[in-house]
Ligand binder design. Structure first.
Ligand SMILES: Cc1cc2nc3c(=O)[nH]c(=O)nc-3n(C[C@H](O)[C@H](O)[C@H](O)COP(=O)(O)O)c2cc1C
Length: 367
């Protein structure tokens, strides 16, 4: 698929505008896939749940210097926003994840490379200024996982991010199924990074992913493969966050895969507070799914997240303008977050607390 001409991304005002620019030029099957066509419920619920959290201004705080920087797993980043792992980048940019990594690095944040991405750890590590996480799916062949971990370590990864919310592939309805099939044909040609990284083509993709048999006891093996901190992505229940901690994870990403996993999953905004209450003192709690603005970032942090991951906003930026589009999305999110921090009287990230949010019951009572 050829990639048409780009937009002047500096003229795009917010993430919805980046999305419009991106969707004009995204190939239709990928656009349907990204939009969860025909199974939008969970994603819609996520976006709505963030939006329902009303903010409260705080008066007369000196906010002449607002600092959005934060430290996540020992690495300082310019804002509490990290690029989520996602597949399909090569449909929307000739450089694929290399462009996302470059845009993310220029913005001063962390790039997470999907194990099913179209570029290798060796290509992403050098573009990421030392801020690169490797996402893993626990495929059926342990040697594939082992190999990815080894390659990520030597490419300079600073954390491993194991996605735990897809023990089986969801049965996609209608357009989503058609989209996945069209994309699958492309990937069947060996575009997945796990195939690019080593010749696994004797083992077809479907024969190795997903792996329904993985359970908590397997984590010890994975942790033994490297010294890198382990992040579990796709935690929604507090008791799973406690297990993650007890099995040696350093962080969790509260995530419902933004609707591409369990249909009708509860929104992340509703799941986050109980998880922060259960493990927030021991683990770094990150969140994703449906974050669309710097105001949503503030909302997630007010509920106790250390930082958020963004998938579609980065992906739309990549489609609209390559690395510059990704960087533009980061600068939009940063400016919005800084504005929201200033008006809610929280000049540093550590100043953001629950008081930024209007108490939910009180808002409901006041009608
Ligand atoms: C097109 C697409 C592909 C994705 N691929 C992966 C993947 O390979 N691994 C993974 O852990 N999550 C994957 N995700 C989920 C994202 O990492 C992230 O959880 C989600 O996109 C966050 O929600 P948002 O897109 O609303 O920001 C994918 C999401 C999309 C939209």
């Amino acid at each position: 698929m050829s990639i048409p001409l780009r937009t002047d991304v500096e003229e795009l005002f917010d993430v919805p505008e980046v999305r419009v620019a991106a969707e004009r030029i995204m190939p239709e099957p990928y656009r349907d896939f990204v939009n969860n066509a025909g199974m939008e419920e969970t994603l819609r619920g996520d976006v709505a749940a963030w939006g329902e959290l009303n903010l409260r201004p705080r008066a007369l705080v000196d906010v002449s210097n607002v600092d959005t920087s934060v430290t996540v797993l020992g690495q300082q980043i310019a804002l509490p926003v990290i690029t989520a792992p996602f597949i399909g980048s090569s449909f929307i940019d000739p450089e694929g994840e290399i462009a996302s990594a470059r845009g993310t690095a220029h913005a001063g944040s962390i790039m997470t490379l999907s194990m099913m991405g179209s570029r290798t750890p060796e290509q992403i590590g050098p573009e990421s200024a030392g801020r690169y996480w490797q996402q893993l799916y626990w495929v059926r062949d342990r040697d594939v996982v082992e190999d990815m971990v080894a390659r990520a370590v030597s490419a300079g990864a600073s954390a491993l991010c194991l996605t735990v919310d897809l023990p089986v592939m969801p049965s996609f309805p209608g357009r989503m199924r058609d989209a996945a099939q069209a994309l699958g044909e492309h990937w069947g040609a060996g575009e997945h990074s796990m195939y690019v990284a080593r010749d696994y083509r004797d083992r077809p993709f479907g024969a190795t992913f997903p792996n329904p048999a993985v359970s908590w006891s397997d984590l010890e093996w994975l942790r033994g493969l490297s010294d890198l901190p382990l992040i579990l992505k796709g935690i929604v229940r507090p008791e799973d966050a406690v297990r993650a901690r007890d099995h040696g994870a350093s962080a969790v990403v509260v995530s419902n895969h933004a609707g591409q996993g369990l249909r009708y999953s509860m929104p992340v905004a509703h799941a986050l507070p109980a998880i922060v209450a259960a493990v927030g003192g021991d683990l770094e709690v990150l969140a994703d799914s449906g974050i669309r603005s710097g105001f949503d970032v503030l909302r997630a942090l007010a509920l106790g997240a250390k930082a958020v991951l963004v998938g579609r906003p980065v992906l739309w930026g990549l489609a609209a303008g390559g690395a510059a589009g990704v960087e533009r999305v980061y600068s939009i999110l940063k400016d919005e977050l800084a504005e929201a921090m200033a008006i809610t009287g929280a000049p540093r990230i550590a100043d953001i607390d629950e008081a930024v949010l209007a108490p939910v019951r009180m808002s409901a009572r006041n009608g």
